[in-house]
Design a protein around this ligand. Structure first.
Ligand SMILES: *[C@@H]1O[C@H](CO)[C@@H](O)[C@H](O)[C@H]1NC(C)=O
Ligand SMILES: *[C@@H]1O[C@H](CO)[C@@H](O)[C@H](O)[C@H]1NC(C)=O
Ligand SMILES: *[C@@H]1O[C@H](CO)[C@@H](O)[C@H](O)[C@H]1NC(C)=O
Ligand SMILES: *[C@@H]1O[C@H](CO)[C@@H](O)[C@H](O)[C@H]1NC(C)=O
Ligand SMILES: *[C@@H]1O[C@H](CO)[C@@H](O)[C@H](O)[C@H]1NC(C)=O
Ligand SMILES: *[C@@H]1O[C@H](CO)[C@@H](O)[C@H](O)[C@H]1NC(C)=O
Ligand SMILES: *[C@@H]1O[C@H](CO)[C@@H](O)[C@H](O)[C@H]1NC(C)=O
Ligand SMILES: *[C@@H]1O[C@H](CO)[C@@H](O)[C@H](O)[C@H]1NC(C)=O
Ligand SMILES: *[C@@H]1O[C@H](CO)[C@@H](O)[C@H](O)[C@H]1NC(C)=O
Ligand SMILES: *[C@@H]1O[C@H](CO)[C@@H](O)[C@H](O)[C@H]1NC(C)=O
Ligand SMILES: *[C@@H]1O[C@H](CO)[C@@H](O)[C@H](O)[C@H]1NC(C)=O
Length: 475
């Protein structure tokens, strides 16, 4: 019982252990074979590859350090669903007109299929080659032929003279490749003893007539691209049961059934592992594809899945160049006119208020003078002067303007003396009408004589104009 439990625990432990990631493959799994790295879902030992079908089971020949998919050597593979392998050529050689040797290949791609990036190619004069595609319910063949009686002049082109090629049917899995010949004569055997047929990735074979018709430059294997995917269902059908990890997306295979995984933009790694896709630090990466494009004085800041270009204060980012530029002028100078306008407006209002105040003060002072004039018996004085009352009083009323004129604007040179009750000026009347000195009493500005003697609230509140010409600034 305890033995069973122990085995059970070991099994659980090994499952948990292999699920922990180690870079691009599951932890505890071999990550390299020779020059080729091994990444999940591929693997070379049980528990290391995606086991739902056997297609991802690779083998590593420890003596030659070569990775194999079945009997075909693996060159490399991509997460997007391509597996590049080396496949042997098929050939038939002739001893004069008789067949001396024939080798043809029957490939088994397990669940994978040939990519339409491949070309089925035949090399030889008076040669035909065909491939038979084997499906469960039907077989069919296609191929090409070429004839010639001498070595073609043109180099590099597989145009039908000594070399022909055709495209590969989509989704084909199993091929039988055969090369053959017709109307073989001895003259052709001299420069072309064999007929060849092979699959090769487009662009990976350039026909060289003089060498290739002789022995195909000793090439025995050619790179071939296979398409692979997970399962035979679409992303929608598998939903969240897909094996695509965090920060990756599920993509339906464009070349066959099933799906592939891809790291989201800004992430890199193996999308088939739970934590395989890791954030790319665009700010520090040496990869030219992922490197940030913050330019000039902007500094790069790495974020999960992307990066930001930031600028120091007072600067802002120009989205078209990703460089920094000074913040917009209108933003910077916008408050200056406002401040200026406010200040000017305030000053103008202040000025208006002051002027109005002065004007009112002036009016008030005129009003007061009138009032004092009346209080001091000005009315009666006027009446007397007009001759209505007893006219034995010799009184004359001077206006302020008249006084100003007579004293030459209260000039200091005209001061005769100064006393407690005011200043005595020497006045000269404009018409020089009198030789007799006159006492002019300024009784209007200074209130009544009573106020002068006893003081009053008004006199202490009002300006005291007696000594100086009335100037409102003195208040
Ligand atoms: C590994 O790569 C080097 C250089 O590309 C090459 O010379 C060598 O043959 C390769 N080894 C294997 C086992 O493929
Ligand atoms: C994996 O492939 C190798 C050789 O192709 C084979 O010997 C082995 O049994 C396979 N493993 C499984 C689990 O099918
Ligand atoms: C590894 O390759 C060598 C040389 O091709 C061969 O003799 C040997 O049998 C291979 N080993 C395996 C395990 O396939
Ligand atoms: C795979 O190998 C081919 C041919 O050697 C090469 O052109 C391609 O860049 C390689 N791809 C990767 C992902 O290494
Ligand atoms: C042609 O083939 C026969 C028998 O297979 C052999 O005896 C003969 O030497 C060959 N001739 C040449 C020129 O290879
Ligand atoms: C297709 O070819 C294979 C191999 O030659 C053969 O076993 C199979 O019976 C053929 N299928 C049909 C439907 O002819
Ligand atoms: C092809 O191989 C033969 C013998 O194996 C050799 O003599 C010849 O020089 C080789 N040709 C090229 C182009 O490598
Ligand atoms: C999908 O694959 C499973 C197992 O690999 C198989 O049983 C099923 O028939 C396949 N379905 C289709 C539509 O090919
Ligand atoms: C998958 O989605 C279903 C519903 O859409 C949900 O009930 C289930 O918990 C999800 N499983 C996981 C592993 O997220
Ligand atoms: C960004 O810089 C370009 C080139 O210097 C300039 O033409 C463009 O007006 C700038 N964009 C802004 C919003 O200033
Ligand atoms: C900078 O790179 C991002 C993608 O990383 C691109 O969207 C943007 O247009 C690029 N900006 C400049 C100015 O090259």
């Amino acid at each position: 019982m305890s033995k069973v439990l122990g085995l059970f625990l070991v099994a659980i432990f090994s499952i948990a252990y292999t699920q922990l990631v180690n870079g691009h493959s599951l932890r505890g799994c071999q990550t390299r074979c020779g020059n080729v790295s091994i990444e999940y879902p591929f693997g070379i030992s049980t528990g290391c590859y995606y086991a739902v079908h056997d297609s991802f089971n690779l083998t590593c020949n420890e003596t030659t350090n070569e990775l194999f998919f079945g009997n075909m050597q693996v060159v490399n593979y991509s997460h997007s669903g391509e597996l590049r392998i080396l496949m042997s050529r098929s050939f038939t050689c002739y001893n004069r007109t008789r067949v001396a040797e024939t080798i043809s290949y029957n490939t088994n791609l397990r669940s994978f299929t040939f990519s339409n990036k491949n070309r089925f190619t035949a090399v030889g004069c008076n040669t035909f080659a065909f491939m038979t595609t084997i499906f469960e319910d039907r077989n069919y063949s296609t191929g090409c032929l070429s004839t010639c009686d001498s070595i073609p002049k043109e180099n590099g082109v597989c145009s039908g003279e000594g070399c022909c090629h055709t495209s590969v049917p989509k989704r084909s899995k199993r091929f039988i490749i055969r090369s053959s010949s017709f109307d073989r004569d001895a003259s052709v055997n001299n420069f072309n003893p064999c007929s060849y047929a092979f699959l090769v990735e487009e662009g990976m074979f350039s026909f060289s007539p003089s060498q290739d018709l002789q022995n195909l430059r000793n090439f025995t294997k050619f790179p071939v691209v296979l398409d692979w995917s997970i399962g035979n269902q679409t992303c929608k059908q598998v939903g969240n049961t897909s094996i695509c990890g965090q920060n990756s997306v599920c993509l339906d295979s464009t070349t066959r059934d099933g799906y592939n995984c891809k790291c989201k933009a800004g992430y890199d790694g193996n999308p088939y592992l739970q934590e395989g896709c890791q954030d790319i630090n665009e700010c520090t990466t040496s990869s030219a594809i992922h490197k940030h494009n913050c330019s000039g004085s902007s500094t790069c800041e790495n974020m999960m899945g992307h990066f930001l270009c930031s600028c120091s204060s007072g600067f802002e980012l120009n989205a078209t160049t990703n460089g920094c530029m000074r913040k917009h002028k209108p933003v910077n100078t916008g408050w200056i006119p406002i401040l200026l306008g406010t200040t000017v407006g305030f000053l103008a209002i202040l000025l208006v208020v002051i002027c109005v105040q002065q004007k009112m003060k002036h009016m008030k002072s005129i009003e007061l003078r009138k009032q004092f004039f009346e209080q001091n018996g000005g009315g009666m004085l006027r009446l007397r002067l007009s001759g209505a009352g007893p006219s034995n009083v010799d009184v004359k009323i001077f206006t302020e303007e008249g006084m100003k004129e007579a004293t030459n604007g209260y000039d200091e040179s005209r001061i005769l003396g100064q006393g407690g009750q005011g200043t005595v000026y020497k006045g000269i009347l404009p018409d020089k009408s009198t030789e007799v000195p006159l006492l002019v009493y300024e009784f209007i500005n200074s209130g009544t004589l009573y106020d002068r003697l006893h003081g009053s609230i008004i006199s202490s509140l009002l300006c005291f104009y007696s000594n100086h010409p009335p100037r409102c600034q003195d208040c």
